[in-house]
Design a protein around this ligand. Structure first.
Ligand code: PLP
Length: 372
């Protein structure tokens, strides 16, 4: 019998600067008395993130959900948008909240991202866009998706909430489709307490985004578009400036944890995971395994419950599917999502953050092995 961990091991922990460093950063804010409304820290963070993510244009927002809603407004989306059921509620709710019907497309059995082979059959005269998610930071098949979008005159908005810093063949993940959304919630690798951003190639989109996040206000005499309050404040931006400096070290630590997980889990029958290829720079955002009950001998739910006895708190990410929520379950597209339904019953997200030690990971792997 393996001893339980003395202290609970949660699924994630935010990257936090020293409190003193945060206070130092805030001194400028206190002095200026300008605590929100797109002031100095905001301007600096927006520029630093644009550089970090290597995108032509970027607009900070108060969270990823508002960022998505603003993206849909910029592109004038309406009618139906094809998306994945295997995601965080925000992706699908943002559509619904804007009066757009989400149309669920089944997912790829390996990458767990929207399956490009199943998109075209869902397109109707009402379809205006495709909204794929780079789930767990694994890039979608952007070439195929763009081909389909071009053929049918559709827009593409990517939900890259899990994909901060991901590159594919040297290209930033923020440079695909029409608009890409990032979330800066503390459960994400890079965060600003709450926050988000959208990136674009078109300067007209940038201009619209900046008006829209500030009520549509252009100047003291003009309100030029239908806007909302999407502003990130100076406290959040100050946090972001500090966290940004810590990301490289955090990723270095997580890479070691990832290698340890892989080394100790790869030979267990019924346990699998999707790793990114050598052409991809990883986000190190999540470590998610799949438990195949018939090969492992125990169900995902058994593993999830049993881990709690050892003070290890995993998460069923993503279960239930968005297509199973009461608000969406009766949609025609919510039926028969075979691959997504199977995967939602197998996935389990494991503790994955800099404070976890290699020894902790080895022990977590040994606990998992003992469940067989
Ligand atoms: C976190 C997340 C969001 C939304 O982010 P918030 O910043 O919390 O609004 C959207 N999509 C996915 C896939 C996410 O994980």
């Amino acid at each position: 019998m393996i001893e339980p961990f003395e202290k609970p091991i949660p699924i994630s922990r935010p990257v936090l600067p020293l409190l003193g460093d945060f206070v130092n950063e805030l001194e400028d804010v206190w002095e200026s008395k300008w605590i929100t409304n797109l002031w100095k820290k905001h301007q600096l963070l927006e520029e630093k993130l644009r550089e970090e993510l290597e995108v032509p244009y970027l607009s900070l927002m108060n969270n990823g959900t508002t960022a998505l809603m603003i993206a849909f407004k910029i592109l004038g989306l309406e009618g139906e948008v094809i998306t994945t059921p295997f995601t965080f509620p925000a992706t699908v709710h943002a559509l619904s909240w804007e009066g757009i019907e989400p149309v669920f497309c089944d997912i790829d059995p390996v990458t767990m991202n929207i399956d490009p082979n199943k998109i075209e059959e869902l397109i109707t005269p009402k379809t205006t866009a495709i909204l794929p998610v780079h789930v767990f930071g694994i890039p979608c098949d952007m070439d195929r998706i763009q081909e389909i979008a071009d053929k049918h005159g559709l827009k593409v908005v990517y939900d890259a909430a899990h994909a901060f810093g991901v590159e594919v063949n040297g290209e930033s993940i923020g440079n695909f489709g029409d608009i890409t959304m990032f979330s800066f919630h503390p459960a994400k690798l890079f965060h600003t307490v709450e926050g988000g951003a959208i990136s674009f190639k078109d300067p007209a989109h940038k201009e619209k985004a900046d008006f829209m996040r500030n009520f549509g206000i252009k100047n003291s005499d003009e309100v030029v578009v239908e806007g909302i309050n999407g502003k990130m404040n100076e406290m959040q931006a100050s946090m972001g400036l500090l966290v940004l400096k810590m990301i490289e070290e955090e990723r270095r630590k997580r890479k070691i944890l990832l290698d340890t997980y892989v080394q100790h889990l790869e030979d267990i029958p019924g346990v699998s995971f999707c790793l990114t290829g050598s052409d991809v720079v990883d986000s190190y955002q999540f470590f998610v395994v799949r438990i195949d009950e018939s090969a492992f001998g125990r169900s995902r739910d058994y593993v999830y419950e049993k881990f709690k006895e050892y003070n290890v708190f995993t998460r069923k990410y993503f279960y239930p599917l968005c297509s199973q929520y009461p608000h969406y379950k009766d949609l025609p597209s919510a039926q028969g999502l075979k691959v997504a339904e199977q995967i939602a019953g197998e996935v389990l997200s494991f503790p994955y953050y800099g404070e976890v030690t290699v020894d902790d990971v080895v022990k977590i792997c040994n606990i998992l092995k003992s469940f067989r």
